[in-house]
Design a protein around this ligand. Structure first.
Ligand code: ACM
Length: 754
């Protein structure tokens, strides 16, 4: 559909037009509020100039950023000039809407980006850059003519990165900020402090980084150099400036009163109980809380003062989550404080604590934001609630007249895996797909229209317990953060998963240009072989997300958009090589997968290809050895019950079972839940791998693990399985003297053996 570029002026229902028109040629993500495609294209080439008004320093800055991005994606850099002819140029003008809103008019004769403020100019430039970057090709590009009027749905469009559990390089964080900015996310919540490490230099308290910035990871990893690092104040300032230039505010988080083991290790006087530095390599909910001495508040005041010197953000995040009160309950000093203050309980003390911390912020004119536990025991005046335990915290906050940000587990927790494919990186075992994030409703029906006015916006969180490398962190963040960006920006009426999915090939190409590594696994065929009729093998090639179509070849050639489309499991002869890839509108999405049909491969399953017996706390975990994170094995395990099922195994002839196994530390602070984990006592000193026919059925093997425990990485054990009639479900588990360490399965092979 091609209509006049000036349809707005004619009063055409632009948002109704947008869907159909956008489907033709515009690939801007997040989808703009109003867009109409027009006839023709604008030819962007090395000869194109970006024109700003003389003396408009901000516009010139944006123009230089646009020119630089065009250089990165197309390989040429348009010149930026002050004053000059509009014809054939990209003109930045201030005669446009306020705030983050902008107008972008693209015609064959020129481009205009109009916005009153720098933020709007920047976002107009980002939209234009996206249209000029439909792929990874270099050289001149034809930008589709269009008239766009755009403005955000929410003011807070956030991404949290946890630099406490694992530390990322400054360059990685800059790439994340680039990718956020290109998609109009404007809030980078920086989780700088947690039990596992303190990551920000504080000049008055050097031990916070010298001591609390480093930890020994548990198990075999304890022999390796300490893990850690921190950001100097200069580096943090550099990132703040880098983000600000891209319309992103960095909201720093200094956790209180819990998740405080690291600072208490550095300065034990801050704590309620003596710290145990060896626990800094654990995950979970820790008991160490700050105490309520005046000296502790003086410390926090000093810390926050340095934090506010670095971060100009109007909001400062003070944590507040998961502060289990066991240590406060056990401390006579804390109990005396509760009495002295006339408070009811530890929850009211936490409320008092947060309000006192809030005074440090208020005296510098800053606003306090905290996780939704800050509601318990009474909310500090003017506090903003970040709702993570679902959206109940947001509802309670809004009903009480407080502002809130929606950031609910599990949908916006990007430490959850993205598909069931065994190729996913480490993370939590629950699947939160790109589509699940896209489907998140940022305006819950439980809130009245008035209450919804308190929703500042939405935020996704990248908790990095299981993201040991920068690449893993990026793969968990992207492309899901882009789905959130669209829900945070695009009007509800224009939200369309199908349209978003259509734009994904362009989107993924842009992320590459921006220097982040997105996860492509959910787009890729997940080859699954099974036994078919008459000795043949069937191969399923479904891609987990079901975006576009899978195309394949069986002649060894590279699959293209013209190769046969996969429509259901293929029956194939042994030795056949299948190559498969996903395509959307003829454009490849994700990597090509190659699989050779091999009856022997059917005899092996990785832990991720088996069924977990239970899923209390399913994790995709890494081994504790060898030293390099990328070299370590990955296990799919319910840490509360390490047990796997292989369904439908033919034991009619008996079999030889071979298992590759690992032993990993139970480094989880799970409180009393630990007592509920069942141990199955071993019969031999090294323990056994037990095999049952169904988890409650006959035990058909107990294979001694021997000296496996002495091997820091993977060991292999094997044994015999007796003949049994029909297909059986093998249930695989281990005996264990103790919970820590515990055994896990890496892969298992079952070969018929009379
Ligand atoms: C949180 O996930 N503890 C905020």
């Amino acid at each position: 559909m091609a209509v006049s570029a000036f349809a707005f002026a004619l009063g055409v229902g632009a948002s109704a037009l947008a869907t159909g028109a956008l489907a033709d040629s515009l690939t801007i993500t997040p989808a703009p509020a109003r867009a109409v495609v027009a006839e023709g294209t604008f030819k962007l080439s090395a000869a194109t100039r970006i024109v700003v008004t003389k003396g408009d320093v901000e516009a010139r800055g944006v123009a230089l950023q646009l020119a630089d991005l065009i250089r990165r994606s197309r390989g040429f850099r348009p010149a930026v000039i002050e004053g000059g002819p509009a014809v054939g140029s990209i003109v930045l003008t201030r005669e446009g809407p306020a705030g983050e809103a902008y107008k972008l008019d693209i015609g064959p004769g020129g481009v205009t980006i109009a916005a009153a403020q720098r933020a709007g100019l920047f976002y107009g430039a980002m939209s234009l850059w996206q249209l000029a970057t439909p792929d990874v090709a270099k050289g001149p590009v034809a930008v589709p003519a269009a008239a766009i009027e755009d403005a955000p749905r929410f003011a807070w469009r956030g991404l949290m990165v946890d630099s406490a559990r694992h530390v990322q390089s400054l360059d990685t964080l800059k790439a994340v900020i680039d990718a956020m900015a290109a998609h109009k996310l404007n809030t980078f919540h920086w989780h700088l402090v947690d039990d596992q490490g303190w990551r920000l230099e504080i000049k008055k308290y050097p031990k916070l980084t010298e001591v609390a910035g480093w930890r020994h990871d548990p198990g075999a990893a304890a022999r390796y150099p300490k893990y850690g690092g921190f950001y100097t104040q200069d580096q943090a300032r550099e990132l703040v400036a880098y983000a600000a230039a891209r319309n992103i505010t960095i909201v720093p988080e200094i956790e209180t009163p819990g998740h405080a083991l690291a600072p208490i290790v550095a300065y034990p006087a801050l704590g309620t109980a003596a710290p145990d530095a060896s626990k800094m390599g654990d995950w979970g909910v820790f008991p160490w809380l700050y105490n309520t001495d005046d000296a502790t508040f003086a410390f926090l005041d000093d810390v926050l003062s340095e934090v506010m010197d670095i971060f100009p953000s109007p909001f400062i995040h003070v944590g507040g989550d998961e502060a289990v009160k066991d240590q406060w309950k056990a401390s006579p000093k804390i109990q005396a404080k509760i009495k002295e203050l006339g408070l009811k309980d530890e929850h009211e003390l936490q409320s008092w604590f947060i309000q006192r911390v809030g005074q440090s912020l208020a005296k510098r004119g800053r606003r306090l934001i905290g996780w939704d536990e800050i509601l318990e025991g009474g909310l500090a005046p003017n506090a903003t609630v970040m709702s993570w335990r679902g959206i109940d915290g947001a509802i309670a906050a809004a009903k009480a007249g407080h502002d809130t940000v929606l950031s609910p587990h599990p949908t916006l927790y990007l430490d959850n895996r993205q598909s069931l494919s065994p190729d996913e990186p480490t993370g939590r075992g629950r699947v939160i797909s790109l589509k699940d994030v896209y489907a998140f409703d940022p305006a819950p029906a439980q809130l009245s229209v008035d209450e919804r006015k308190h929703i500042l916006g939405v935020q996704a969180n990248v908790w990095t317990e299981h993201m040991q490398t920068d690449a893993r962190m990026q793969r968990m963040a992207f492309p899901r953060a882009i789905a959130l960006a669209e829900r945070a920006w695009t009007p509800e009426a224009d939200v369309s998963w199908d349209d978003f999915a259509r734009r994904l090939p362009a989107q993924m190409a842009r992320l590459k240009v921006l220097g982040v590594t997105p996860n492509t696994v959910p787009f890729e065929p997940d080859p699954r072989m099974a036994e078919g009729e008459g000795g043949q093998i069937t191969l399923a090639l479904t891609a987990p997300l079901g975006v576009g179509e899978v195309r394949y070849t069986t002649d060894g050639k590279v699959p293209t958009a013209a190769s046969p489309a996969y429509a259901g499991p293929l029956a194939l002869a042994a030795g056949t090589t299948v190559k498969a890839r996903s395509f959307v509108d003829g454009q490849a999405l994700g990597r090509e997968k190659t699989v050779t049909i091999d009856p022997v491969a059917l005899q092996t399953r990785t832990s991720g290809q088996l069924k977990r017996c239970t899923s209390h706390v399913p994790l995709l975990m890494i081994d504790d050895a060898p030293a390099a994170f990328d070299k370590r094995a990955m296990f799919d395990v319910d840490i509360f019950n390490p047990c796997w099922i292989w369904e439908g195994v033919d034991l009619s002839k008996g079999a030889r079972i071979t298992a590759r196994i690992g032993q990993i530390p139970f480094n989880f602070q799970v409180g009393k839940d630990r007592d509920g984990i069942k141990l199955n006592p071993p019969a031999t000193p090294g323990g056994e791998l037990e095999v049952r026919l169904g988890c409650a059925g006959e035990r058909v093997a107990a294979i001694p693990l021997g000296d496996s425990a002495k091997n820091p990485a993977l060991s292999t054990v094997s044994g015999r399985l007796p003949a049994r009639a029909g297909k059986v479900d093998l249930c695989l588990s281990f005996t264990n003297k103790s919970l820590d360490p515990f055994w896990v399965l890496d892969r298992v092979t079952v070969k018929p053996a009379p």
